[in-house]
Design a protein around this ligand. Structure first.
Ligand SMILES: Nc1ncnc2c1ncn2[C@@H]1O[C@H](COP(=O)(O)OP(=O)(O)OP(=O)(O)O)[C@@H](O)[C@H]1O
Ligand SMILES: Cc1ncc(CO)c(N)n1
Length: 276
């Protein structure tokens, strides 16, 4: 028997330790019961301690991978993460434009460890080549600051930033994530009409490697199923909160989130450990 499914394609870099990048995206798609596909842009030697080295695939080979996917399975959504150079952005932009698919843009610039994942020129190109194509863009505070060349110090600043990313840079909707603020983790969504706030209590943990990748991948998975932006963000916010709350004791640095954390809600304490 064949079983109908939605599908999602991530175009991003890798994390061989499985917490961020393509690996986090595929785990998230799977948890949300969406068929996951991936096109690799850069192979990153990284772990929970930081980034050790990066090798970019050639633009022509990225293009070949995109053709292999789109000539066979047109995804219900595309999500992009690490796209390191302007040339890579051009081929990705072409694939998204010619296939008219919903597009979740995670403008990955710097890893939690502080290592740069994108060169300086690309931070300019992303604004022109990718932001106007996005159904939703998911910057953290430093990324929103970089996109708009402003300083964001408060939730009110984040609201203004989300609006400006839509009205001035041309995204259809924008979520400015509050993970980098002190206090509650409040994400701000502007969907082109209204501002919505998604607050959660900050979980006191250092294990937040790959939170942004996981969050945007879940948003993408829900959009693939036809959910609204608001519903997709609400589901993703719950998912990432549980993934951080039940983060895994693995690795020697800032450990990964737990992609099956949401399944542990209500599981007896002896089977789980609160993150700390
Ligand atoms: N300590 C925390 N407690 C609760 N929620 C958090 C915490 N840290 C991040 N979040 C939430 O996780 C999601 C991802 O946001 P974050 O700002 O961490 O992304 P990011 O910096 O792009 O992540 P990364 O670059 O490491 O993948 C947001 O919903 C944010 O509010
Ligand atoms: C490949 C990749 N994409 C995104 C991030 C952001 O956390 C990371 N660390 N690595």
């Amino acid at each position: 028997m064949k079983y109908a499914t939605s599908s999602a394609l991530t175009i991003a870099g890798t994390d061989p330790t499985g917490g961020a990048g393509i690996q986090a995206d595929l785990k998230s798609f799977q948890e949300r019961e969406v068929y996951g596909m991936s096109v690799v842009t850069s192979v990153v030697a990284q772990n929970t301690l930081g980034v050790q080295s990066i090798e970019h695939l050639s633009v022509s080979f990225i293009e070949k991978q995109l053709e292999s996917v789109f000539n066979d399975i047109v995804p219900d959504v595309v999500k992009t993460g690490m796209i390191a150079t302007p040339e890579m952005m051009e081929v990705v932009s072409h694939a998204i434009k010619s296939n008219h698919v919903p597009y979740v843009l995670d403008p990955v610039m710097v890893a939690k460890s502080g290592d740069h994942l994108m060169d300086k020129e690309s931070r300019q190109t992303i604004r022109e080549a990718l932001v106007p194509l996005s159904t939703v863009i998911t910057p953290n505070i430093p990324e929103a600051e970089e996109l708009l060349e402003v300083s964001i110090q408060s939730t009110e600043d984040a609201e203004i930033a989300a609006k400006r990313i839509v009205e001035e840079l041309g995204a259809q909707s924008a979520i400015v994530k509050g993970g980098h603020f002190a206090g509650d983790a409040i994400d701000i969504l502007f969907d082109g009409k209204k501002i919505y706030k998604f607050p959660t209590e900050r979980i006191n943990t250092k294990h937040t490697h790959g939170t942004g990748c996981t969050y945007s991948a879940v948003i993408a998975a829900e959009i693939a199923k036809g959910k609204s932006i608001y519903e997709s963000v609400a589901i993703a916010k719950q998912f990432i909160t549980d993934a951080i709350r039940f983060s895994l004791e693995i690795g020697r640095g800032n450990g990964p989130t737990n992609h099956w954390g949401y399944r542990l809600q209500g599981v007896p304490e002896n089977k789980t450990k609160e993150a700390n």
